[in-house]
Design a binder for this molecule. Sequence first.
Ligand code: FAD
Length: 658
Amino acid sequence: MEDQEIHGQGQIAIRSGSDVNRSRSFRSNLGMRLDSFLTTLLLLFLVMQHWFFCFNRPIQHLFPSSQLQAQLVRNLSAMPPKRKATEPPAGQPNSSGSKKSHTDWHQPHPNAKQTEDFGIVLRQFYPPEMSNERCQAYNNGELERPIETLQKACRETAHKRQFINVGSAVVHWFKSDLRLHDSRALYAAYQFAKEHQIPLIGLYIVSPEDWTAHLTSPARVDFTLRTLKRLQQDLGELDIPLHMETQEKRRAIPKRVVELCQKWGAKSLYANIEYEVDELRREAKLVRLCADNDVSFTPSHDTCVVTPGALASQQGKQYSVYTPWYRSWLAFLKENPDYLEISEEPGSNPGNARQQFKGLFDCKLPDPPNTHTLSDEDQKRFEGLYPAGEHEALQRLENFLEEKGKEYEELRSMLSGESTSVLSPYLACGALSARTAVAAAKKINKGHIDRYDPGYMTWISELAWRDFYKHVLVNWPFICMNKCFKPEHTNIEWEYDKDQFQAWCDGKTGFPIVDAAMRQLRHCAWMHNRTRMVVSSFLTKDLMLDWRRGERYFMENLIDGDFASNHGGWGFGSSTGVDPQPYFRIFNPLRQSERFDPEGEYIRHWLPELRDVSGKAIHEPYARGAAAIAQKNGYPRPIVDHAESRDRALGRFKKAIQ
Ligand SMILES: Cc1cc2nc3c(=O)[nH]c(=O)nc-3n(C[C@H](O)[C@H](O)[C@H](O)COP(=O)(O)OP(=O)(O)OC[C@H]3O[C@@H](n4cnc5c(N)ncnc54)[C@H](O)[C@@H]3O)c2cc1C
């Protein structure tokens, strides 16, 4: 990935007016032959650059060239080879060249109507559920992955972007990276601004349509807005304005971003990449639109510790199983310790920025859209549970590592007592970077990521899951389009019983561990990882309900809702995902309850109906002598029989994948 380094250097050399003049006068003193020789060299250089390099590396200065060379080779070989859309992939049996296969791609999945009716595919934003053949076309490289669309846009505009001059401001577009500390793109934007003595402007666009299409929860919207308020204050102390505005139509965003850059005289725009499909495609569009309007847009890799596409198996394939992927992730970070180097916060804007952009400093925090408001009571509660901002995130990180990190391996699955970090809301909105979290754990673990203290090592491996699922998303983008990682799992016969679904949502299934967890979700907009696994398994195996409905409900309610991790978790729970638990391993809610909440403290805390139940009856009140209390307090009997449901699930899975 030294593309960024070379590209970056080229950009700076060409952008600097004095350099252009120097090079002009130098050339005019030479004879025609030397001139044309130089021109040929320059052309050759540009052509090579154009072909080989696409992203501006945000951290180019951190990498010695040899490391970058090695990394580029790895990254390029890790990504699937480029191929024309109609060209069959080398060495794979495939009918894609035929008209029939192309027709198949455009046919919706046979169950499309059902998934639409049950609220899985949001038809106001997206086409009907795609066919499994279309997923295969992504796998075969016959359809372009969105990351490739972005790479192509960067490649094809590289030449144009080199000739864009400096402008009189630089813009950093904040998205899910709401912090100053350790942001690759923000740092690059600041460096550029500093080098050219021009001001840096922050931009944030509220997109109600995006929030609706992406099922963002009101709790997460509220958390985002509170975090923005903090960010605005922190930026203000550096004389950096943060312009925030609402764009009702998400399609209008790229055009609006360009308009704002032009209005502020900015010719350089920076942003960290988001890897979801809509976002990558929008980014690609913006790269081109900017280039056509004399603005250079530099998207940076930031949110993952290791860049998606950087890790490949010996056969050059992307990993779909966590354990070998994790080994490779650890080895990569040991070979490339710079990936854990923290980007500094930006410094202050030049003195006149406050005058120059006076209006921007007074920018009002946007209101939440009507579709995403919270009651005052909920808002107050979430504010207490999750105070906003990166200072809070960094403090939590430090406290967790010092006070609980060592015991994490042993205690993380226990439901009572807060044994995990509860940093996920901060990671999801980018108030904390995963890199900072891993680097801090490494530091306290005596500089190691793969040995020494099992507590810290395990915590690092959990953060790696976050990276893993984002890597999966980039390589298998159709998972972002309501499809299973293994498309054939879409054929499983699911139930669509609305009453049972509602009982699950309300925490009224009669399975105390499940109900306690669902009530925790409703109250805290967060749930413990262990119970996320329990309730996802329960919805999909015991109730046999379509996992995508559960995935949606989680997104709509979690404060830490993150597409890749949520999809990954649901894939695991429902055995339809990447590296899933095999379908025949079905969580037994009773065993989970006895093992991870042995004294029933978690259940009693969340289920007031069962507070008076003592001893082991708490796990199964109707079968263990506490029926009278449960009944009196209105706690329901189990809505299914676990053993029967288990048999049904085994049968359905077997049938679908045979
Ligand atoms: C069905 C299901 C849905 C989930 N949905 C989400 C989601 O929308 N957003 C989300 O951030 N996590 C999700 N997870 C993963 C995990 O449950 C949460 O990240 C974790 O519970 C957050 O609590 P914590 O911050 O205390 O985690 P800790 O145990 O302190 O771990 C630290 C960080 O590591 C990451 N992490 C830990 N476990 C996982 C995991 N299994 N997968 C991915 N990242 C992990 C998170 O960023 C977490 O904040 C889901 C898991 C399941 C089983």
